[in-house]
Structure formats: structure tokens, C-alpha cells
Design a protein around this ligand. Structure first.
Ligand SMILES: C[S@@+](CC[C@H](N)C(=O)[O-])C[C@H]1O[C@@H](n2cnc3c(N)ncnc32)[C@H](O)[C@@H]1O
Length: 191
């Protein structure tokens, strides 16, 4: 299957209906994923981490459209199982890690993708499951934690954020460009 030719509707139809229906709220559109991965992967040695990989959509498109080594970390076990099954069906190599991002060493990666993983504590629209709850404190704490991890990664590290506020990345990151009416932002650590 030529993944890069599929529309979002065609790709999402590969998922079970319940997961498919969540796509417009929770999973990255194909064109956004392709733009992001083009910036994130320098060569076949580049290790990319999707922080909160969900159904695996970003990682699968990234693996199908780049030479990088693609990793996704996701706290919901059912989504990890589904992501691994999809990767096997599509014949793609992706490492899906079942864990909380707090247990991951960011030093193992060269670039990071981040799409609204903590939003589930601010907005219950299209809830993923009953674990979802409004918790502003948890949201702030998770953002601070992520900020701290990015403060420790080396210069040259690249981050792409989608539908996130600029303050989610530390000041040492330079905004290289933005697309999709400012929703897609490309960052590089320079200091
Ligand atoms: C908006 S979805 C994005 C999915 C995927 N990155 C994509 O773009 O297609 C965010 C995901 O982050 C996961 N998540 C939220 N907090 C997390 C945490 N602390 N550790 C791991 N995964 C987390 C959620 O379970 C959800 O599946």
C-alpha cells in the first residue's frame, strides 16, 4: 500500500470504527504528519519520538514517508496494541512503547513531535475513554515536566508542535517556521 497517496478518510478507514471516529479530534492529519516528519528526519540515523502516540497514526505515516527511526510512547495499552497491529498489517517498522512519558529518557531521541497530548485534562470533547477528566493542575504539571525534559536535550534537537501554545517549548528553541495557519510549528534548539 502506498501510504503517502492515501487520503485521511482512506487511512482512518483502516481503523476500527470507534477509533476512526476520533480522528478529526485526536489523530494527526496525513498532510500535517508528512510536513512534520520532513523537518524532523535528517537521515536514517535520526530517532523520532511521538509524545503520546495514540492510535499510532502520526508514527505510521512518518515511518511510511521517511527513513528515520520512529518511536511512539503512549500510556493507554489498548492503543499500543492497536498501533502494533496496524504497523504489522502495513509492514512498517515503528517502536511503540507502552509507558507514561515521565518514564522516558529524552536523551535517546533527536526530534520530538507533540500534538495536544495533555489536552484531555482541559477538554472532554470526543473523550478517548473514561480516564478523561478535567484537571487544570494535572495539565500544568505535565506541561512543566515536558518543558523540563526539553531543557536538557542537546543543541540541534528538533521539535514539531501541532495545535500547541508557543510556551510549551523552552526559550532555547528557535521558531524556524510555522504552517497550517500557525497551528504547525517547527522548532530547533540553538542555545
Ligand atoms: C491528541 S492524541 C495524539 C496522537 C498521536 N500523536 C497523533 O498525532 O496521531 C494524544 C495522546 O497522548 C496520550 N497521552 C496523554 N498523556 C500521556 C502521558 N503522560 N504519557 C503517554 N501518553 C500520553 C493520550 O492517551 C493520547 O492517546
Amino acid at each position: 500500500m502506498e501510504l503517502d497517496r492515501l487520503t485521511d478518510r482512506e487511512f482512518d478507514a483502516l481503523y476500527p470504527l470507534k477509533i476512526n471516529k476520533l480522528s478529526s479530534t485526536h489523530w494527526t492529519p496525513m498532510e500535517i504528519a508528512k510536513k512534520a516528519i520532513g523537518f524532523m528526519v535528517r537521515d536514517s540515523e535520526t530517532r523520532v519520538l511521538d509524545i503520546g502516540s495514540g492510535s499510532g497514526k502520526f508514527c505510521l505515516v512518518a515511518a511510511g514517508c521517511s527513513t528515520g527511526q520512529i518511536y511512539g510512547v503512549e500510556k493507554r495499552e489498548s492503543l499500543i496494541r492497536l498501533s502494533r497491529k496496524m504497523a504489522a498489517q502495513l509492514g512498517l517498522r515503528v517502536n511503540f512503547i507502552h509507558a507514561d512519558i515521565k518514564s522516558i529518557s529524552f536523551k535517546e531521541f533527536d526530534s520530538f513531535y507533540f500534538f495536544n497530548s495533555f489536552g484531555e485534562n482541559l477538554d472532554l470533547t470526543d473523550s478517548l475513554d473514561r480516564e478523561n477528566s478535567i484537571d487544570e493542575n494535572a495539565y500544568q504539571e505535565n506541561c512543566r515536566f515536558l518543558h523540563g525534559l526539553w531543557e536538557e536535550v542537546p543543541n540541534g534537537t528538533r521539535v514539531v508542535t501541532y495545535c500547541e501554545e508557543e510556551k510549551i517549548v523552552p526559550d532555547q528553541f528557535i521558531l524556524i517556521k510555522s504552517e497550517a495557519k500557525g497551528k504547525l510549528k517547527f522548532w530547533e534548539k540553538r542555545f
